[in-house]
Design a protein around this ligand. Structure first.
Ligand code: JHZ
Length: 408
């Protein structure tokens, strides 16, 4: 394999994990598409200069985000509540100038966050490259354009709508390979007192929980404060706050502004210190992580094979993007998992990427419960456990791989 270079610092990357051939994380498909299914080699590298953990290769953005995109944010009630609170935090942050702020959100999906501004008649704009999801946002009353964000799109937005008070994103920035161009665009789009607030799965949690399933095609980066500071320093912006979140198995909300525009909160220094203790700036951490991932894979295969050899039935719960990595890396197929239940209509009746396990509606899980359910949406565990009390009360058991492979 040729050595890849860091997308930010341009120095050679150190590869520490190789998952082998992987399909698209959200590439749910029909039987007739099996033959020509797309695979790429998924390996992960670290830059000792920018501290950025990143995929060596990523499929083209247009292959992942299009008019049949399968992930709709509003499938989780907890996430709806979370984005309602995020919107309130923005409104109460004290960073918005004047009485008529302008809010822009990158990757607004079905409008889960912006509708909280739209409902209050606050000037807003969503940017969402997946056309089917953008249409849903517009239907939800959120003004949305379907495009990929870039420095040139930022210039157009400034011309047409003016500069923004807040630029928001959630579970989006880590998807974007040309992130430096996006950072330049944000810099141009923000008012002098404007802020960038975004949250993404946090590298520190991924390492701590061994949640390697956060690595898939869409997540070209796994961010830390170290890497975000490095990246935005290049466009003369600085971290002014960082707030840990419990969503998606552990995320971080980053708040950034033009250098010197706002006071830097003490949490930035505290969390940077914590990252140093966890050694998120050192290659050795990721080499250790690679070994733990390999062990997790072997433990999972042993557990599933053991249950099967005792005649147990196993089904997957929630066809998450994350499950694509687990299933394909551990080579878990129909011989071990009979079906995956999911509430998203566009995924139902299709097959899982790569391993081709049927995706069935949630009703099938209720009418035909397995002995064991593999909790692929472990990040929504509280919501799911509350919903599936009946399954547990009737002897159904849950399998997890986070932080360790086992039965819950
Ligand atoms: P969930 C998505 O990842 C995709 P995924 C994306 N790339 C990203 O960055 C991350 O989020 C952060 C189903 N479900 O949220 C619905 C049930 O069936 O873990 C969805 O198909 N029953 C943008 O896909 C899937 O789970 C339920 O009760 O890993 C959502 O998975 C619940 C709560 C969910 O994200």
């Amino acid at each position: 394999m040729t050595t890849k270079r860091c997308r930010i610092s341009d120095i050679p990357l150190h590869t520490f994990l190789d998952f082998g051939p992987q399909p698209l994380g959200n590439g749910f498909l029909n039987k007739k598409e099996f033959e020509n299914e797309f695979f790429y080699n998924m390996s992960v590298g670290f830059s000792e200069e920018s501290f950025m953990v990143q995929l060596n290769d990523q499929p083209k953005p247009e292959q992942m985000f299009h008019d049949q995109y399968a992930f709709f944010s509003s499938t989780s009630n907890r996430m709806k509540k979370h984005f309602e609170n995020f919107a309130l935090d923005v409104l109460n942050s004290g960073y918005l100038s004047g009485s008529t702020p302008f809010i822009v959100e990158l990757g607004c999906n079905d409008g889960i966050m912006l509708k909280n501004f739209a409902n209050k008649r606050i000037k807003h704009l969503g940017i969402e490259p997946s056309r089917n999801v953008a249409e849903e946002a517009n239907k939800n009353g959120v003004q949305t354009i379907s495009d990929f964000f870039s420095e040139s799109l930022a210039e157009l937005i400034v011309q047409r709508y003016g500069k923004a008070d807040a630029f928001l994103a959630a579970n989006v920035m880590c998807h974007i390979p040309n992130i430096l161009d996006v950072a330049k665009g944000i810099k141009k789009l923000l008012k002098p007192s404007g802020v960038l607030m975004f949250e993404e799965p946090y590298l520190g949690d991924v390492i701590y929980k061994n949640s390697y399933d956060q690595i898939y095609d869409e997540h070209v980066f796994l961010f830390s404060l170290h890497s975000i500071e490095y990246l935005f320093n290049l466009v003369d912006m600085e971290l002014i706050n960082a707030i840990p979140q419990t969503t998606h198995g552990g995320s971080m909300r980053y708040v950034l502004a033009h250098k010197g525009a706002h006071r830097v909160n003490s949490s930035v220094d505290q969390l940077m210190g914590k990252e140093k203790v966890q050694k998120l700036d050192k290659l050795s951490t990721f080499i250790d992580f690679g070994l733990k991932v390999e062990k997790s894979k072997n433990d999972l295969i042993n557990l599933l094979c053991d249950l099967k050899s005792h005649g147990k039935t196993i089904a997957g719960y929630a066809a998450t993007s994350k499950s694509t990595t687990i299933l394909n890396y551990c080579k878990v197929g129909l011989d071990l998992i009979t079906y995956i239940s999911d509430t998203t209509p566009i995924k139902q009746g299709k097959f899982s990427p790569g391993m081709h396990i049927p995706i069935v509606p949630h009703e099938s899980f209720i009418s035909n419960p397995p002995d064991y359910a593999f909790l692929f949406a472990w990040n929504h565990s509280d919501e799911i456990m509350a919903k599936e009390k009946h399954f547990s009360e009737n002897g159904g058991k849950w399998i997890t791989h986070v932080p360790k492979v086992g039965i819950l």
